[in-house]
Design a protein around this ligand. Structure first.
Ligand code: CA
Length: 228
C-alpha cells in the first residue's frame, strides 16, 4: 500500500496551503483532504505515519473521523482546534487523539509535535500486531478482521487461511503450501476443501465489497494482493 508521512484533514484552504508548503519544505510526503468524508477515504486508501485533523469539518466531523480511525488504527492523530473549543479538546483526547494544537499556531511548535508524532508512529508500527492490505485489516492477537469499517465474522479455518495469506501477501502460494499450513502436513482429505474455503472467504471479504483481494493463480494456487 501507498505509504506517506502525513494526512492533512482541514477545510480551511488557506491553512491547508500553508501546511502543504511547510510539509514540502520539510521533505514530508503528504495528502490533503478538505472534509471528513474525503479524509476517511484517503485514510483507507494509503498508509500514513500521522494525521493532522481539524475538528470542525464539513460532511463528517473531526470527532467522528477520529473515532473511526481509532477503531482500526493506532496512527498518531494531532487535532487542530480553535482556542475556544476546550470541551472538544477533551472529547478529542478521550476519543484517542494523541495531541492537539490550537489555531492560530506557531509553525515551529506544530513541526515539533509532528516530529514527535512520527517517532511514536514508527515505534507503534514495529510493535503493531496488525496486518493491513488495502481496506482489510487483521489483528494477529485478537484475530479480529476488519473490512473497510465492518467487523467480519470468520470461522477458525477461514481465519487461519486468511492469516496465512495476509502474512504472505503479494506472494503466490501453491495449493500444497496453503493446505499444509492451514490443514496440517498430515491432511488426507479432498484438497478441493481449499477452493471451498477460498469461496467462503471471498463471500465475506471480497464479493460484498466489489473487491478482488484473493486472486486465483491458475495451475498454481492463490495470492492475496491489491492489484490485478
Ligand atoms: Ca474547520
Amino acid at each position: 500500500m501507498n505509504k506517506k508521512d502525513i494526512l492533512i484533514i482541514e477545510d480551511e484552504r488557506a491553512i491547508v496551503r500553508i501546511l502543504e508548503l511547510e510539509m514540502t519544505y520539510e521533505g514530508y510526503t503528504f495528502d490533503s483532504a478538505y472534509d471528513g468524508k474525503e479524509g476517511l477515504e484517503k485514510f483507507h486508501g494509503s498508509q500514513y505515519g500521522l494525521i493532522l485533523l481539524d475538528l470542525m469539518l464539513p460532511e463528517v466531523s473531526g470527532m467522528e473521523v477520529c473515532r473511526k480511525i481509532r477503531k482500526i488504527s493506532m496512527v498518531p492523530i494531532i487535532m487542530l482546534t480553535a482556542r475556544r473549543d476546550i470541551t472538544d479538546k477533551v472529547t478529542g483526547l478521550d476519543l484517542g487523539a494523541d495531541d492537539y494544537i490550537t489555531k492560530p499556531f506557531e509553525m515551529e511548535e506544530l513541526l515539533a509535535r509532528i516530529r514527535a508524532g512520527l517517532r511514536h508512529s514508527q515505534i507503534r508500527m514495529t510493535e503493531s500486531k496488525q496486518l493491513e492490505l488495502s481496506d482489510l485489516t487483521i489483528n494477529l492477537l485478537t484475530r479480529e478482521v476488519l473490512k473497510q469499517e465492518d467487523s467480519i465474522d470468520l470461522t477458525k479455518t477461514e481465519y487461519d487461511l486468511l492469516e496465512y495469506l495476509m502474512l504472505n501477501k503479494g506472494l503466490v502460494l501453491t495449493r500444497d503450501q496453503i493446505i499444509e499450513q492451514v490443514w496440517g502436513y498430515d491432511f488426507q482429505g479432498d484438497t478441493n476443501i481449499l477452493d471451498v474455503y477460498i469461496r467462503y472467504l471471498r463471500s465475506k471479504i471480497d464479493y460484498p465489497y466489489g473487491s478482488k483481494l484473493i486472486q486465483t493463480i491458475r495451475g498454481v494456487g492463490y495470492t492475496l494482493r491489491d492489484q490485478p
